[in-house]
Design a binder for this molecule. Sequence first.
Ligand code: UD1
Length: 385
Amino acid sequence: MIDFNTLLEMNKVLKKRQTKIILVGGARPNFMKVAPVYFELLKHKNFKPILVHTGQHYDKRMSAFFFRDLGLPRPHIYLDVGSASHAVQTARIMARFEPVLMREKPVLVLVVGDVNSTVACALTAVKMGIKVGHVEAGLRSFDRSMPEEINRLLTDQISDFLFTTCEDANKNLLREGIAPNKIFFVGNTMIDSLLKHLEFARRLKVHERLGMIGVKFGLLTLHRPSNVDNLNSFQRLMDAVSRIAQVIPIIFPVHPRTKKQLSKLHFLNYNEKYKTGIKIIEPLGYLDFLSLMEKAAIVLTDSGGIQEETTILRIPCLTLRNNTERPITITQGTNILVGTDPKRIEEEALKIIKRGGDIKIKKRPKYWDGRAGERIVKVLIKNLK
Ligand code: UD1
């Protein structure tokens, strides 16, 4: 947490700065990608970073806890868009972001990741002649039924600075006709945040708070519409997890989208019937989740970012999807793409549990070294005149 006097000092210094850069965050996976760039911009006396939160995620566990954990100040501008259909949410963000741009006149809008807030703010800015930077550009699942894939494709086409995390992303962008001088291979700002906060997170020992003292446990997260919106598919996944949980307890912090579906499945009765060890909890803050993930024997997930975090933490990860936009986590990391067939999920999980989490040490992906934010700001210093 930043104390009040430091904030006052920061505000005084910021008022004198000229070059405004708006950093956009909207949903949970954005904030840890924004934070390293924000702090790096603060170090340079010309830049005035302005944090805009669209309010796509609004529950405190999905949003405010992340600002607190990452040491970010309260967002300077809050658009309060809330939940809605894709079209309404995207349109609402655009309509509320446009007056912000008219008033603030930034030289650059920096968006991160692949959520609706990313594409909405990029599109608003580019149509007003304002330059756009996209952090985590070029990732592709090649699955256009995912809303995130559409957000990625469109954002990359209209961005002026495409900051990439890996060589695959560079190749994807070149193949799509993006000019090479717009692509900047800088590394992974999500890993900047992880490396910065890991020591502190370790000391929280969240697993002990959850009763996992000296016990091997698994960690589960699920929220993809393709996995949870259809109750039959969701039930099949939960069947597989329930069987794994007869061997090793599984902690399941539940995303709001998933919570709604879980209640329809009557999962709590079902859990009782199967006598499994699935422990359902509220979504965790950034540091608590990091603390828990680091101690897990296995992670089962359909998230994007968790595939990358487990790669660095060297925790075996099963991705419950048929594709990934992050293939480097498979070739250089600890990730296995298991799809959604319950039998395969169970088999692979049991193999890992039997093996006892023994992972061959591989090299860290290039530039996943805690300095991506620094590289991004160097590019901006050189190119924003
Ligand atoms: C969004 C992103 C996804 C990202 C995920 C991380 C898009 C298209 N999807 O998906 O890429 O991986 O965030 O969490 O941008 N809800 C709440 N409280 C909140 C936020 C949402 O209750 O704070 C509920 C809403 O009522 C909504 C559901 O959760 O029905 C889904 O929220 P939404 O922002 O539409 O998408 P996510 O599934 O969270």
